[in-house]
Write a protein that binds this ligand. Structure first.
Ligand code: PAP
Length: 329
């Protein structure tokens, strides 16, 4: 007997889009996708139909507040981890990491820090955000060019996270196969690698996404904190302290004495989060299993999947794309 397919997450229900979105889609370049059936190019980046509906809706309706914090990531760069970290950091006086009722112990980080375009605005409607405590914490995969105008105009802060492209690709490929849908067969690595190298992936081209935020973070370091998964893995305590400073909530000497930094890193660690019942067995309201967001959380896992030729090809593309930017992976 065949294993039943997991339900299709909301953001992948391509056919459920408004007339307005449908009309826009018909004017955009499109390509066959590797998770959704099709990807559409909007403002230079690839989105599936539902995601695009969310992008347009949040561009139109999202009103950023000066105190908002936006976690922006390239897909599969450690979004889940940083959602947990930022949530714990900014709520550390409301919720102590050592208490048994900390929200991270019974909620997926994705439920605590929702995506704008993939969750809150995905239906094309204006969500009620009045229940969000201040500072409001949201996340997005939106490229810089597509951010709602109010994000650029307000004093809200952006934390940007990306990851080595080879590990990003492997994580994305593994994720799409985990979520594989009825109409789409398992994605072969060669096939999707080709697409990734052509820049065709969710919110890709990868390099354009990264460069957009990299350049802005150099111009405006008060507004954008640029971070990589590898840096966070290597010196998590350093970056957590820097994030706290950047967000205007530095650790006090009393908190340093009480080792709050370690407590936050501990509750957000891969081992801790991936072994919680909620993340092992729970599902998001969109139907995805929380465990799809935890694989192995390693740096350099690409070595187990990519051939030397594949790795060289992607390295060469990135070298060319990032040339002169000062950014290296
Ligand atoms: P998203 O962008 O679709 O929300 P995201 O959370 O970025 O997904 O991707 C999951 C990756 O983060 C997985 O990487 P892997 O496939 O290389 O293993 C996942 O294992 C990793 N991850 C999730 N939680 C943590 C964590 N607490 N610490 C480190 N890595 C983590």
């Amino acid at each position: 007997m065949e294993t039943p397919h997991p339900p299709e997450p909301k953001y992948l229900k391509d056919e459920e889009v408004s007339q307005e979105c449908m009309s826009l889609l018909s004017t955009l370049p499109s390509e066959s996708g590797w998770l959704s059936k099709k990807l559409h190019n909007y403002q230079g980046f690839w989105h599936n139909a539902r995601q695009l509906q969310g992008v347009i809706s949040c561009q139109k309706h999202f009103q950023a507040q000066d105190t908002d914090i936006l976690l922006v990531t390239t897909p599969k760069s450690g979004t889940t981890w940083l959602k947990a970290i930022l949530f714990s950091l900014v709520n550390r006086t409301r919720f102590q990491q050592t208490e048994g009722d900390h929200p991270l112990l019974s909620n997926s980080p994705h439920a605590l820090v929702p995506f704008l375009e993939l969750k809150l605005y995905v239906d094309g409607e204006t969500p009620d955000l009045s229940s969000f405590a201040s500072p409001r914490l949201f996340s997005t995969h939106l490229p810089y060019i597509s951010l709602p105008k109010s994000v650029q105009d307000s004093k809200c802060k952006l934390v940007y996270l990306c990851r080595n492209p080879k590990d990003t690709f492997i994580s994305l490929w593994a994720f799409t196969n985990k979520l594989k849908l009825q109409e789409i067969r398992t994605n072969s690595i060669e096939e999707v690698f080709e697409k990734f190298c052509e820049g065709i992936s969710l919110c890709g081209p990868f390099w354009d996404h990264v460069l957009g935020y990299w350049k802005e973070s150099l111009k405006n370091p008060e507004k954008i904190y640029f971070l990589t998964y590898e840096e966070m893995k290597e010196q998590p305590d350093l970056h957590l302290r820097k994030l706290a400073d950047f967000l205007g909530c530095p650790f006090s000497s009393k908190e340093e004495e009480e080792r709050v930094v370690d407590a936050i890193l501990d509750i957000c660690s891969f081992d801790k989060l991936s072994n919680l019942k909620v993340n092992k067995e729970g599902k998001l309201p969109s139907g995805e299993s929380n465990n799809a967001y935890f694989r192995n959380g390693q740096v350099g896992d690409w070595k187990n999947y990519l051939t030397a030729e594949m790795a060289q090809r992607l390295e060469k593309i990135c070298e060319e794309k990032f040339d002169g930017s000062g950014l290296k992976f």
